[in-house]
Design a protein around this ligand. Structure first.
Ligand code: PEP
Ligand code: MN
Length: 338
């Protein structure tokens, strides 16, 4: 249920609603809008008529049921688009935010040189994996803590904040100590304990869609993070598994306007994992922006042929510059700046 307070309600009015909900055994999530305050009631509604219990309060304008299984993530709960802040960068309406960098951190030279080129080229956030989820246990697993330290160095050298993946709860605190934003990868989209743990942190999160997950399952996973009080979640479409073998995944761009209708959270598109092919990244990036994406997540490596992971889908810095140039002429058409 969502409790909408009358405009001009005081803090005491909000506190009264919250304490009533708590007494009834519900969790209360307060969303302060420009015009109105909304309180989301989270809990088992069977046997309790919240409309009766709260609708009588003079400050309450209406009590409305949320029909979707996700509550805090829904547009009904928050009408305005959420803006996610990562250091100096913002992700949300009116702008296109580019997150770029190699699949994995491999050396100081690799990450620092590419970070500088990306900054000059127009990226706002650096990416790079220090802990890598690899299909084979014998493949390069990432540099671990040293990778985090190199990302911090690249941040210092370039001025770009960075996002990196936490593979499990065990390393979450370590990752959070260094990173400006935490990535929850596709394989972990339904690792519910990990989602709750990043929900308890006060750091922005990028949540990638599981490769076999529906849009509603994707939004339910975001709900785990929001339910812990962390609303700084950027969703990321990165392709789903289909029968088509020509691309690594099938990039589901229809998910972008679909998610925008159902949720206030911003959404990024990752055409690198979405296609697995560097030659398709530019076309799918442009298409993603036209579909309404707030952000792009692009793998860029100083020398893709030598990359220790995901080389075939990585752009080199020159290809990245070419892409940004084309994006710059496109974004005004969709009311965004870059
Ligand atoms: C990545 O971003 O490098 C990655 C492993 O992504 P995904 O979880 O989408 O496969
Ligand atoms: Mn990758």
């Amino acid at each position: 249920m969502i409790i909408v307070l009358r405009s001009g309600s005081s803090q005491e009015d909000v506190d009264e609603v919250v304490s009533r909900l708590k007494r009834l055994g519900f969790g209360a999530h307060v969303s302060q809008g420009l015009e109105r305050t909304i309180v989301g009631a989270i809990g088992d509604e069977r046997g309790v008529n919240l409309e009766d219990k709260l609708g009588v309060l003079p400050a309450v304008e209406k009590v409305i049921p949320v029909l979707t299984p996700y509550k805090l993530t829904s547009r009904e709960f928050r009408e305005a688009d959420t803006v996610v802040r990562v250091g100096t960068a913002e992700i949300g309406p009116g702008r296109l935010t580019i997150i770029a960098g190699p699949c994995a951190v491999e050396s100081e030279k690799q990450i620092v040189s590419v970070a500088r080129r990306l900054k000059d080229g127009g990226a706002q956030i650096l990416r790079g994996g220090a802990f890598k989820p690899r299909t084979s246990p014998y493949a390069f697993q990432g540099m671990g803590k040293e990778g985090l330290q190199l990302l911090a160095l690249a941040r210092e050298e370039s001025g770009l904040p960075f996002v990196t993946e936490a593979l499990g709860i065990e390393e979450l605190d370590l990752v959070a100590e260094y990173a400006d934003m935490i990535q929850i990868g596709a394989r972990n989209m339904q690792n519910f304990r990990l989602l709750e743990a990043v929900g308890r942190l006060r750091k922005p999160v990028i949540l990638k869609r599981g490769m076999m997950s529906t849009v509603d399952e994707f939004l339910m996973s975001a709900e785990y993070v929001l339910a812990q009080g962390n609303y700084q979640v950027l969703l990321c479409e990165r392709g789903i598994r289909t029968f088509e073998p020509s691309t690594r995944n099938t990039l589901d761009l229809s998910c972008v306007p679909l998610v925008k209708g159902r949720s206030h959270l911003p959404i990024a598109v990752d055409p690198s994992h979405g296609t697995g092919r560097a030659d398709l990244v530019e076309a799918m990036s442009l298409a993603a922006v036209m579909a309404g994406a707030d952000s792009l997540l692009i793998e860029v490596h100083p020398n893709p042929i030598e990359a220790l992971s995901d080389g075939p889908q990585s752009l080199n810095p020159d290809q990245f510059l070419h892409l940004v140039q084309n994006l710059r002429s496109l974004v005004p058409l969709v009311g965004r700046t870059l």
